[in-house]
Design a protein around this ligand. Structure first.
Ligand code: ATP
Length: 266
């Protein structure tokens, strides 16, 4: 870990009308980290990512992405940050190479490393086949290649293993793990598949109803509450505690709206 902060949020909040869907988020991510952004449906993960990308304006608070305010410097942020959305569309009649060339042109890249990028995701052999003929796993890897073609410093990956078979998942996770080492990439990984996040993420943030409940490594969060060090246990513990439920005879939370949980702000 280099200790350089590539992403910081300060009291970041978003409201739609009267509904506050992201509440007072403050956290930071260091260069080379794989950071898991977790939470149940509607927790505010996508809304947070959209604010970090400059695609949605915070109602309060602010963020810095690679030292930049995404609202004031959207193009600079866009050129250095990759976003692999949950469902990356493909053009079935274009090949993988053509997809990447198209994106490279769109981003004004002079000498895009097309072959290197295709090789990295294991698509070099199929680079000139139409993407409409690709398997689900190949499409996901094309989505990752599209995210990587502009050689971003930071990438947001939203459910990158969605719909993949076990081999496809293993390949995708292996790739995700290699990227910080080989490309110096920092990754924010959002997924509901906790056992997969656990395999690659050094740190996780757990959100619920727009609030940050916990932040830290699985080991740190587990140790704080005397839990077995696995993400599923830790995740369920913090969510239950947030809802004020009694666990093993101990009331751990004060209910929604009670502020950051035990491990928040580590
Ligand atoms: P999921 O895991 O299902 O993708 P999420 O954690 O990404 O969920 P968000 O999509 O950020 O959650 O949604 C958080 C809350 O904000 C939800 O209650 C959602 O209905 C609400 N929301 C999101 N976008 C809008 C919008 N444009 N207008 C109004 N409400 C919105």
């Amino acid at each position: 870990m280099s200790g350089v902060r590539v992403l910081e949020t300060f009291g970041l909040s978003k409201a739609y009308g009267r509904e506050r869907v992201v509440k007072d988020l403050s956290f930071s991510i260091e260069a080379g980290e794989i950071f898991g952004l977790l939470g149940p449906n509607g927790a505010g993960k996508t809304t947070t990512l959209l604010m970090l990308l400059g695609l949605s304006e915070p109602s309060a608070g602010y963020c810095r992405v690679l030292g930049l305010d995404p609202l004031k410097k959207p193009l600079e942020v866009k050129s250095q940050v990759g976003y692999m959305a949950e469902n990356m569309g493909i053009f079935p009649d274009l090949t993988a190479r053509e997809h990447l060339k198209f994106l490279a042109d769109l981003n004004g890249l002079k000498k895009p490393a097309l072959d290197e990028c295709l090789e990295l995701v294991g698509l070099l052999g199929a680079a000139d086949k139409k993407a409409g003929t690709y398997s689900r796993g190949m499409r996901q890897r094309l989505g990752l290649a599209e995210t990587l073609i502009k050689e971003p410093k930071l990438a947001f990956l939203d459910e990158p293993t969605l719909g993949l078979d076990p081999d496809g998942i293993a390949t995708m996770l292996e790739l995700i793990e290699r990227l910080p080492r080989e490309k110096g990439l920092t990754i924010v990984l959002s997924s509901h598949l906790l056992h997969l996040v656990e395999r690659v993420a050094g740190k996780v943030a757990i959100l619920n109803q727009g609030r940050l409940l916990a932040l830290g490594s699985v080991g740190e969060l587990a140790a704080l509450s005397g839990l077995s060090p696995d993400l599923e246990t830790v995740y369920r513990h913090y969510l239950k505690a947030d809802l004020g439920e009694e666990i093993d005879g101990l009331v751990l939370g004060q209910g929604p709206g009670s502020g950051p949980g035990v491990g928040a702000g580590l």
